[in-house]
Design a protein around this ligand. Sequence first.
Ligand code: CTP
Length: 406
Amino acid sequence: MNRLTNKRILLGVTGGIAAYKSADLTRRLQDEGADVRVVMTHSAQEFITPLTMQALSGHPVHLDLLDTETESVMGHIELARWADIILVAPATADFIARYASGHGDDLLTAVCLAAECTMAVAPAMNQAMWAKAATQANVDALRNMGVHTFDPDEGLQACGETGAGRLMDVPDIVTRVSDLFDQGTLAGRHVVITAGPTREAIDPVRFISNHSSGKQGYALAEAALEAGARVTLVSGPTHIPAPERATLVPVESAQDMLDAVMQCAPGADIFIGVAAVADYRPESSADQKLKKQASEGLALSLVQNPDILKTVAGLTENRPFSVGFAAETENLVDYATKKLETKNLDMIIANNVADTSIGFNSDDNETIIITRDGQEPLSKSSKEVVSRKIIATIAERMMQGSEQVA
Ligand code: CTP
């Protein structure tokens, strides 16, 4: 299970011999799913090149407070806001002193000063420097500021001396960083969500579609991300931005949506079908724009679209926990329960779309969660709140399922 999925880590590298270990640290953090960006001090660049860190992190390395180029890509305030955690490893005695006394005259101290996220430092220095009262007072000051310190290990040092001062082992730093995050109920899980409407082409400029805004599916994607999951969002056309940390797969028609879903849902942990998939599509789509005919009417011949949710829930291998939505205007529970059974679902969320203040295009939703062993009504609230509740219930059910299997 990846312990740092979706986590944004700003790695500060300062100028000590242990700086070479920050290359390995970058890789190990990425292996756990983290997105890593790097800030290096000037003296760090004497020990390891920005090019190495850029190649490993996959992003330009930030070096100067007043560098117009990198500031225009992501300025120091943006960097501070971007990070979920700032980890300075290795942190030299000088950096610790300057950070503890509130300096902001280089990029790294300025970012640390501007940051409101979780902060951690992993000191590394000669054992005598680490033992000095001044260093210990500075480290204590950082601890009092709420900065986590990953204290150095004991052992033989690059300078030939033995004692406490070696950078904590890289795997231990990764574990300590992971421990700082609330892992969330869906940590390390892969969730695939369909959202929005589909468009079924009549000709190159016309289509059949519906009023789905995508809001419910996107809110569920956000809630799943908050719960620590990796999210793939297969979405029909909408006017709202997708959550930044989700992998967005844009599609148009139901057939496109099915194709995209079958690429990622088998083997995923959870599949949630929220999309308002058009049940029918024109039998054929004209190659050229249809011209108005002299006769009065035009008959469109429609054929049924594949049922995406039923296809996924019917998988005999690699079947994810499958959740559907039932938008109904009457007989809500009855119809939804039938869909739960005929589509072989683990859970269905029934929502009443007869009332226009909830459902389809609105910001609120009022739903009932139905499973094979009962119903749980959720009172009317925003799609965000409803989504968090649905995700929490899914996580709870999955845990029960895995306990039964075990
Ligand atoms: N769904 C799907 N593929 C379809 C139709 C529906 O994946 N071709 C999914 C929806 O995303 C939703 C659930 O099935 O999660 C129920 O959708 P709904 O439109 O309410 O049900 P239908 O099966 O289309 O039945 P009906 O339109 O007759 O109510």
